[in-house]
Design a protein around this ligand. Sequence first.
Ligand code: XIL
Length: 971
Amino acid sequence: MRTLLRALLAAALLCLAPALPAHAADHVYDFEDGTTQGWAPRGDGVSVTVTAGAAHGGTGSLLTTGRTATWHGATLAAPFVKGVTYRVSAYARLDTGQPDATIALTVQRTPAGGETTYERVAAATVTDGAWVRLAGTYLFTADSTDLQLYAESSDATGRYLLDDVVLAPQGDPTREPVTTGFEDGTAQDWSPRASAVLAATTDAAHEGTRSLAVTGRSASWDGPAFNVLGRMGKGDKYDLSVWVRLGPDTPSGRLGLSIERRSAGTPSYERVVPPTDVPAGEWVRLAGTYTLSRDVDFLSLYLESDTGTFPFYLDDFAMTYVAPKPIQTDIPALKDRVPFTLGSALTLPDSLGVHGELLARHFNGITPGNEMKWDATEPREGEFAFADADALVGFGVEHGMTIRGHTLAWHSQTPAWVFENADKATLLARLENHVRTLVTRYKGKIAVWDVVNEVVDENQPDGLRRSPWYEITGLDFIRTAFRVAHEADPDAKLFINDYNTEYPRKREALYALVKKLKAEGVPIDGVGHQLHLNIEQPPASNVEDTIERFATLGVRQQVTELDVSVYTDFVSSYDTIASELLAEQGHRYKELFDVFRRQAARLDSVTVWGESDDVSWLNTWPITRLDAPLLFDRDLQAKPAYWAVADPSKLSPRVRRLEAPAAEVVLDGKRDLQWDLLPDAPIARVGAVSAGLQARTGAAGTYVLAEVTDPTVSAADRVTITVGGVTRTVTRAGGPRAAVRPTAAGYRVEALVPKGTDVDVTVRDGGTAISWTGKVTAAPAVKLTTAAHRAPVLDGVVDAAWRAAPQVRTGTRIQGTSGASAAVRSLWNGSTLYVLAEVTDPVLSEESADAWQQDSVEIFVDPGNGKTKGYTDDDGQYRVSFSGRLTVGGTFDAAGVKDNLTAVAKVVPGGYVVEAAIKVPTVPLRPGTLLGFDVQVNDATGATRTAAATWSDATGRSYLDTSHWGVLRLS
Ligand code: XIL
C-alpha cells in the first residue's frame, strides 16, 4: 500500500512538470464574432445564444436562458492542460428583472479511475444592474477526462449574461507567486497539521480586515500548514514571508516558519525562520528564503512555536520564486588559470541550478561541506545514510572532479551516541566501523580524505585538543582512523586537517604531531591547511612559512577551506559591504595565490570553502551577519577576488593606509627601539623580494623605514620613495637624507622625506618591483612604559616592590569628560606580568549585568605586540571589577587566554586597588621583550557605564582591535 501510494505521488509529481509551450496564449471568449465560440447549453431545455442587447466590452455577450436547475447553464469543453495553472476571469450580469444571485464558474472533471469532481473556480453575487467580475485560479494535476468549465447560478431559473471570459495559462506553477491574506473569509488552502482549528477572523488583521486565527493547537508543532508540493522546483529558491501575532491572553511566545519535506518517504524538518520573539499585541514578520534541494514526495510549509500551544494569528503570507542571475560565460574558467586542482566546498543545493553550473565551469575539485560528516552519515549506531553524500559524489564523478572526503573523525558535528558509554575499546570499534564503511563505499571515487580534523590545540602542554576522542583514547583514535582508512582504500591520500596552521604556535604543534605519528608509521600522506583568514590577518608570508615548514616533513599539502572574511573581529556587522573592502580583498587573494603558485610543487590543491558568498558558512558563523569571503558574489558574479585568481592585472590599484606616529629617529640604518614599537606593514613577496614598511612623523619631515628582503646584492637594487609627486631614490650605497645598512636577509633603509599624505614606496630587485601605495597620516606618539623585574605579593596592599616600576595614568578619555582614572604600574617575573591599578573612583557600582558596565579595570595584553586589527588567539582583555570579579575576552572563544588571569581587588578610601597577575605563556619574557599593552578604567553610575579612560588607545575599540594599544617594555 505504501509503495502504491508513493508510486501515485511520484506520478502526480511527474505530472507537475508539464512540457509547456513557451508563452502559451490566453483563451479569450468575447462573443464579438456573433458565435458562441464553443459555449453550449448544459441541462435540458437550456439555450445559449449571442445577444447584441448587452455587452461588457464590444457589442456582443452570451445569454443563457431556459434553466430549471442551479447547475444548468453555459458550458465549454475546457482547454485546461494538466499541471498548468490558469488565471480564470469573466464578467457576469443578470438579465433585466432577475433577482440577485450567486453566479459561479465551476470545473467538472473526471480523473482517470476516479469519480467526477466539481471544482469551484470563482464566484460572486451578481445583479441585473452592472457587470461583475469573477476571478480565480485553476490547476489540476491528475490525468483527467471530460473537462467542462461552466457557469451556474444559485437561482435555478435565473437568466444571465456572460462576457469576456479569459483563461490565462500561468506557466510553470513553481514560478507562480502565492499569497494569502484571508480577505475572502476562508482559510485559503491552509490546513491544520493536527487538531488545530483554523478560521478566518476579523478579530485582528495585519492588512485589510481579516487574518487567520489558529486555536486549539495540540503541540508546539501543531498549527497551520500550506501544501507547496509542486509549487517549488528542485534547485529553485523562494522568498517566504508571513506576519504573525499572538492570540488573546497570550503574554509572550516565539513563532517560527518550518518546512516538512519527505524524500523517498523519509521526513525531514527544516527551519526557514527559527522561532522568533513575538511581543504581545504586535504583528511580527517572519521572513526567510528556502531552496528546495531534493526530490520530494511531500512538501509542506508550516508555523510552529518553540514551546506551548498558545493561539495566534497569521496574515499576508507570500511565497515568491527568486530568479537567479545567469552565470557569466564570458570570463575565464578559474581551473585553467592555476597550476593545481582548484576545489570548492559544496552542499547539496550547490550542485543544482546556476550553482551547479558555476561549480562545473570553474572548479575541478569538490569537498562536501557537511554531507560526509558523522552526524550526516551515521546518525545512529550502524544506521548509515548516504543519499546526500552519494548525490555529491555523483556530481563530482560526472564532472571529472577530484573529490575530498570530509571528514572521518572530528569533535564537532558528531552525534552524542558515539561517545556515550564508550570505553576506549568501544569508541575505537565505533570509529573503525565508521571509517571502514565510508572509505570502502567511496573507494576509487574519493581521492583524498580528511581523516582527522582539528585535533591540535596549541594551548595544551602536549599540543592536543581535549576532545572526547582524545580524553577517551589519547592519540589512538588518530592511529586507528588512519590505519583503517588505509586498509579500506590503499590508494586514497590520507590527510590531517586543521585551521590556524599559518600561526607559528599552531604550526609547530601540528608539525610535532605529524612528525611523531609519521615516525611511528601512521599512514599520513598529507597536511591540510584550512586557511580561514580575514581581510587583514595573517599576512600571506605566514602561509608561505607554513608551507615551507611542512615541506621539510616530506608530506603532501593542500589548502582545504580557504575563505577571507571581510571582518577582523567576532562582533562587527555591516549592512552592505563597501566596494573598497572587496577591492582590498582582491589584493589579499592575489597575495595568497602568489604564494600558492610559488609553492605549487608542494601543493596538490587549493579548495575554497564555498563557491559564492551566498552559500558561505560565514553568513552564520561566528554570528549571523553579512559576509563576503569568497570568489563569487551572492549573485554568482565574479568579484575582484575572482580576478585576483583569473587575471590580477584586472584589479584596480591598491590604496593602503599607514599611520605615522610622532617620533624623531636617528638616521643611522639601525633598527632602534622606536621602530620596534610597531610591526612593519608587509609588502608581499614577488619573485625573491619582499619588504616591511613603517613611517614616523618628525619635526622636519616623515621618517620612512624599509626592511628589504632581497638575498642577491646588485647595484640596481633600490628603494624609491615618492611623496606628493617628488621621488627620492635610495640604493644599497645610500641616498640623500637616508641611511642604509645590510641585514641578514637584505638591507634596511631609513630615510627622511618631506611630509605628505600620498606616498609610494617601490622596492626594485632586477626586473621585479613591489610597491606600497597609499595614504600616510600623522598620529600621536606610540605610548611606551616599562615593567620592572620583580614579583609583588598579590593581596590588594601596595607593597614596596611596585615602587621599582614607573607610574602611568589612564588619561585618554574614551567616554565622558570626567570620571574614574587609575595610576598604573607593571612588574614581571618568570612568565607572569603583574599590573597594579590604583583607581580613583569614590562611588562604586556593580549593578549592571554586563561586566564592562561595572566599575572595573581592564588590562590589555598582546604578547607578540602584533598591533593587529582584531585579536589573535593569545591577545587578551583582562577585566577586574572593584569587588574582584574576573572576566576575560579574546578571540571568539577566548580559548587561548581565558585561564591567564588572577587578581585581587580592594576598596580603599576614594576608590579601589587592583593587583593582577597575568600569565604570558606564548612568548618568552626577558629583559627587552615588548608587549602590546593598555589599561582602561570603566566608571559606572548605577547600571550603566558613564565614563571610561585608557592609557593609550583613544579609539574606544580596544576590546576589538589591538592596533592602538601602547607598548610595555620589560626591564
Ligand atoms: C562548517 C560548514 O560549512 C557549516 O555548514 C556547518 O554548519 C559547520 O561546519 N572547519 C571545518 C568545516 O573543517 O567542516 C567547517 O564547515 C568549517 C570549519
